[in-house]
Design a protein around this ligand. Structure first.
Ligand SMILES: [Zn+2]
Length: 119
């Protein structure tokens, strides 16, 4: 079961990410619904960053509803914190960085040079 959190002022209420439950818990009102499109927002249960709830109103119905962290500036919602996100267990795994790559072995480098000769 996936959960999200509503405002701390409302007792840190944890709500399952199920359309009917979320709608009844929030009353389909601000700040959980903002913007021009009908779009649901909540707070990550772990890092307390704002999250967008994806999948409730998808026309294609292909997503299992879930939360996705958002850097969007939302009214009456916590401000996005990168340092909190970096510690969040629900954060996407970091993309590997170029500098983390192992250097190629000499043997492998030679092969690469055959395929892609230096100019
Ligand atoms: Zn989080």
């Amino acid at each position: 079961m996936r959960y999200c959190k509503l405002r701390a002022e409302e007792g840190n209420k944890i709500v399952p990410i199920i359309k009917e439950k979320f709608e009844s818990a929030t009353g389909v009102k601000k700040p959980y619904y903002q913007g021009e499109k009908k779009q649901a927002y909540a707070i990550c249960t772990y890092c307390e960053n704002p999250v967008v709830i994806v999948g409730f109103y998808s026309k294609h119905g292909k997503y299992t509803p879930h939360q996705r962290h958002t850097k969007a500036v939302l009214q009456n919602m916590p401000k996005y914190s990168q340092s909190a996100y970096d510690l969040c267990i629900y954060a996407k795994p970091q993309k590997y960085k170029k500098e983390d790559r192992k250097p190629l072995s000499a043997d492998r480098q030679a092969k690469v040079r055959i395929i892609y000769p230096r100019k």
